[in-house]
Design a protein around this ligand. Structure first.
Ligand SMILES: Nc1ncnc2c1ncn2[C@@H]1O[C@H](COP(=O)(O)OP(=O)(O)OP(=O)(O)O)[C@@H](O)[C@H]1O
Ligand SMILES: [Mg+2]
Length: 171
């Protein structure tokens, strides 16, 4: 996994035992995000995707984090952060990438902000070649397992540094 030339990064398994912990981990991750980053989230209903996005909003300095809710019906909500805008997509109701393309996801992905896509597995073909992907698994009670992988040279090169920054949540 994550092999590209000399870059070879083992995926790390990160653990959260509560919604608060998930938010803290996501906030830390967000501080390492850059303009134009695209982050996919996958995991079943109630896995904690929106909770993770809330944490990212916190990390990006969004003022009203409570405004961050699943944009299941509107597909996209945008929140102004301190430096970067958070573009929050929810592809739950989409069967393929067309709905994302119709709202101009390409332009948004390349804009000055960080894009996060809940249910990224529903619309994987619209994700740009370079992106991060978080897989969330429910592991009994409030325990959640988070696996982070990356696609493309840029994200792969940053993966090790990100894992180092998230070591507090390593299993
Ligand atoms: N460790 C945890 N991390 C995140 N959420 C947790 C955790 N433990 C319990 N929860 C609970 O699980 C639920 C996660 O809801 P959330 O809306 O974030 O999930 P989701 O994956 O976005 O669901 P949906 O697919 O419906 O959009 C919340 O009720 C939250 O309180
Ligand atoms: Mg959600």
């Amino acid at each position: 996994m994550g092999t590209l030339g000399e870059i070879d990064v083992e995926p790390a398994k990160l653990i959260s035992e509560s919604p608060d912990e998930t938010e803290q981990m996501a906030a830390k991750f967000a501080t390492l995000c850059r303009a134009g980053d695209v982050i996919g989230l996958q995991g079943t209903l109630g896995a904690g995707k929106t909770c993770f996005v809330k944490g990212m909003a916190r990390g990006l300095g969004v003022k009203d984090v409570d405004e961050v809710t699943s944009p299941t019906f509107v597909l996209l909500k945008q929140h102004k952060g301190k430096k970067l805008t958070l573009h929050h997509f929810d592809a739950y109701r989409l069967e393929d990438a067309r709905g994302m393309e119709e709202i101009g996801c390409d332009e948004i992905f390349h804009s000055r902000g960080v894009s996060v896509v809940e249910w990224a597995n529903h619309v994987s073909s619209c994700l740009p070649p370079e992106h991060f992907l978080w897989t969330i698994r429910m592991a009994g009670g409030d325990r959640r397992e988070f696996l982070l992988t990356a696609c493309g040279k840029g994200p792969l090169e940053r993966l090790k540094g990100i894992f180092d920054a998230l070591v507090a949540w390593e299993e």
